[in-house]
Each structure stands twice: as C-alpha cells, then as structure tokens.
Design a protein around this ligand. Structure first.
Ligand SMILES: [Zn+2]
Length: 66
C-alpha cells in the first residue's frame, strides 16, 4: 500500500443514471453543496472513483482481488 495525497480537483467520482445513458464526473466538493447527483428525477448510481494528476492516472476498482 502507498498513500498519495491529491487535490479534490484531481479526484472524480463517476455516476450513472438508471433511466438514460447519462454519466457524469464530479469532484468530491460537489457533494457539500449538492448531495447525490440527480438525473431523470432520481438519484444517480455511484459507479467508480478515479484520480487524474498531471503525471499519471490512478484507477480505483471495486474488485480488490489481484
Ligand atoms: Zn437520466
């Protein structure tokens, strides 16, 4: 394990809609003001988080088996 400090602006959470193909990327600070993203009049489904820095992209997957 290693720990990497990143800025909120480099972290994206991905949300998808149950009703339509819409997918959005939002930064963590989005939730302070807005809560769970909404599409088609219902809460969107959390999909994944990724970090994109100037030098690399780190993907966090749900499955931890490696
Ligand atoms: Zn939708």
């Amino acid at each position: 394990m290693s720990r990497l400090n990143v800025k909120d602006s480099e972290v994206f959470t991905v949300w998808t809609c149950k009703e339509c193909p819409e997918a959005i990327f939002v930064h963590p600070d989005f939730f302070q003001d807005n809560g769970t993203p909404v599409c088609c009049d219902q809460d969107m489904i959390y999909d994944r988080t990724f970090v994109e820095t100037e030098t690399t992209a780190i993907f966090f997957k749900d499955d931890t088996n490696e």
